[in-house]
Structure formats: structure tokens, C-alpha cells
Design a protein around this ligand. Structure first.
Ligand SMILES: [Fe+2]
Length: 172
């Protein structure tokens, strides 16, 4: 098992080195210095999304002993739930977790915010309309995605834009 302290952290890793030393080796790496250079990085926040598209219908998942419940609500209402929880988490219900939202397709103006996007980390067949393949997650503190299996069998580039995340994974 690999722990976080054993995963290398590389600043603005070149795509050649990324492919040769990490992708081809099946080795995880944390790359820093990419997202802060995005045009819109500094403005991405709950307030920004709420103002940008308040009536956008989104979906979020609630996990419980009974299984997965899908909730449908507007961006404004969802962010309101997160803000209430963050302000007083002891007395607020935990909001559902917004998973796998095709955000760039829903709000195309955000594509420009994510420029320069590091396309050279991806195989060329992803380059054309790359944003179609991005899945956006938005949630409150302590949100959890249960252990699962990504059946597409592809590698995964995870962009942490705001906040922090602990990822547990297993290898076979
Ligand atoms: Fe996954």
C-alpha cells in the first residue's frame, strides 16, 4: 500500500517525464503549479458558482445504509446547503455530494477559466473538446465517496481546485 508521504510531488512536471516515469510505470504523482496558472483559478468559489448560474439544475448523491439517493436541486439551493453546513455543521444536515457533473458542458464559459489546460498530460485523442470528459465534484467538508471501482479502466487525472481531499486506493 502506498501512503501519501510516499507519493512524489513534482512542480510543473513536463509531459514527457509524466508519461515516461509515472503513467507508463503505473505510478501516482502529485503535480503542483498547474491550476494556479489557470485564468479563472482565483475566482472559483461557492459565491462565484452561485452568481454564475443560480438556476442551473444539478444532481447530488446521498449515501446511507439504504443505498444511494439522487437529489435534484438548483445550483443556488445546493450552495446554500453547503454554506449553511459550513457555518454551523453541528446543527445543519450534511448536504448530498455533487458527483460527476459535466460542468464545462453545462456552463461553457468556465472552459476559458481553466486555460491553459494541460492537454499535453493527456493522450491526443482527448484533445478535441477535452472538456466533454471532465467530471466535476462539489461538496461540503467531510464529504465521502464510498469505495468503488471505476469501470472505464483508464488512468485518472484529478484536479483539486479548492479544499483538500484524501484518496485511498487499492492496487491489484
Ligand atoms: Fe471514481
Amino acid at each position: 500500500m502506498i501512503t501519501v508521504s510516499e507519493i512524489e510531488r513534482r512542480y510543473k512536471l513536463s509531459s514527457d517525464e509524466f508519461t515516461k516515469n509515472y503513467v507508463d510505470q503505473g505510478k501516482p504523482v502529485i503535480i503542483s503549479g498547474v491550476i494556479p496558472s489557470w485564468n479563472g483559478f482565483s475566482q472559483w468559489s461557492l459565491k462565484y458558482f452561485k452568481q454564475l448560474s443560480p438556476s442551473l439544475n444539478i444532481y447530488a448523491k446521498k449515501f446511507s445504509d439504504k443505498g444511494i439517493e439522487i437529489c435534484s436541486l438548483t445550483m443556488k439551493n445546493y450552495i446554500g446547503l453547503i454554506e449553511s453546513y459550513e457555518a454551523d455543521y453541528l446543527n445543519s444536515p450534511s448536504p448530498p455530494y455533487c458527483h460527476d457533473l459535466p460542468l464545462f458542458s453545462l456552463i461553457p464559459s468556465l472552459i476559458e477559466d481553466a486555460q491553459p489546460f494541460p492537454l499535453d498530460y493527456l493522450p491526443e485523442w482527448y484533445w478535441y473538446k477535452w472538456w466533454r470528459y471532465c467530471q466535476f465534484f462539489l461538496g461540503c467538508s467531510n464529504s465521502i465517496t464510498p469505495l468503488h471501482f471505476d469501470c472505464l479502466l483508464t488512468n485518472n487525472i484529478f484536479f483539486q481546485i479548492v479544499g483538500r481531499q484524501t484518496i485511498y486506493h487499492t492496487t491489484t
